[in-house]
Design a protein around this ligand. Structure first.
Ligand code: PBG
Length: 317
């Protein structure tokens, strides 16, 4: 009667990794229970999630080949567009969210086009290796239209590229895809907690780090500024990421904005709980549920979590 916060399956978004091939279910060592899945296996696992009452999945692709511009991301026959078509056909009511970023698709592992001598967008006067914001916006728009045409319900830009929401909104609207929503990774920090994900998605940057475009962990006001820009540009859902080290940012976003707030319990948060539980130092179920209630209590409406199917079962117990 007095419980103030509760978790339910409808709060959860399940992140999944899709790779080429057939019959493949390749475990990710730092993320127990999580796998890179070929499309056939992805469909099976997504059905299982939908049957548990999880309303949405978010997809990350591991392409066959990578190049300077991450072209697999805007190829209609790229890994994620193919996966979206298969999911929408097999599980039509499942909401399919497409993570929209280039780091999984570029050979250098950065989240967009970087300044490279001899390449198309090379700009003199800009340091080599610097991420080129506006050429990246064009490609984000193009890739979003490809993913939306494949059937994605929500595009989730995660690169922290300035102007990404506006560029994607205009590209979608120009392609008569006004019904497709945008969930923006609005306040995404340059975090060490993405370590296991970069192994899972094979997306670690080949040089440097992502601090040119992701946020300084010591900043809170800047997060609100980033969120404000995404609201103005037309975001439908705002995300804070990671979740547990940034509960104050979730709470501030909830306080100030009336759009749905999502929080991403990232790979490192998941890995820490599993590693401690494997040593019998923590009780996995208890601590995972405690973390998720904390994220909800801070103000998140939606939580992206690798625990999603476990949570449904734990709640049923
Ligand atoms: C970028 C992206 C990242 C994550 C989601 N989208 C990684 C990064 O910025 O390096 C991290 C998710 C996680 O750690 O679980 N496409």
């Amino acid at each position: 009667m007095t419980q103030e916060t509760s978790l339910k399956p409808a709060d959860l978004i399940y992140p999944m990794f899709v790779r080429p091939g057939e019959g493949i279910q390749k475990p990710i060592p730092s993320m127990p229970g999580q796998c890179q899945l070929s499309i056939d296996k992805l469909v099976g696992e997504a059905k299982r999630a939908a049957d548990l009452g999880i309303p949405a999945v978010i997809l990350f692709g591991i392409p066959e080949t990578k190049d300077a511009t991450g072209s697999d991301n805007y190829n209609p026959d790229g890994i994620v567009p193919r996966a979206i078509r298969a999911l929408k056909e097999a599980v039509p009511d499942l909401v399919v969210i497409s993570d929209m970023c280039f780091c999984e698709y570029t050979d250098h592992g950065h989240c967009g086009v970087v300044n490279t001598p001899g390449e198309k967008h090379y700009t003199t006067g800009v340091p080599d290796g610097y991420l080129l914001n506006d050429p990246t916006l064009e490609l984000l728009g193009e890739a979003s239209v490809v993913h939306a045409n494949a059937g994605a319900d929500i595009i989730a830009p995660s690169g922290m590229i300035d102007g990404m929401v506006k560029a994607i909104r205009s590209a979608l609207d120009d392609a008569s895809l006004g019904h497709v929503s945008i969930m923006s990774y609005a306040a995404k920090y340059s975090s060490g907690f993405y370590g296991p994900f970069r192994e899972a998605a094979e997306s670690a940057p080949g040089f440097g780090d992502r601090s040119q475009y992701q946020m300084d962990p010591s900043n809170r006001r800047e997060a609100l500024k980033e969120i404000e820009m995404d609201v103005a540009e037309g975001a439908d859902i705002l995300m804070v990421k990671p979740a547990m080290p940034y509960l104050d940012v979730i709470a501030a976003a909830r306080e100030k904005y009336n759009l749905p707030i999502a929080a991403y319990q990232v790979s490192g948060e998941f890995a820490m709980l599993h590693a401690a539980a494997a040593n019998d130092w923590l009780d996995l179920k208890r601590c995972a549920l405690e973390s998720l209630h904390g994220i909800k209590r801070a103000g998140a409406d939606l939580i992206l979590t690798y625990f999603a199917p476990d949570v449904v079962k734990w709640l049923e117990d």
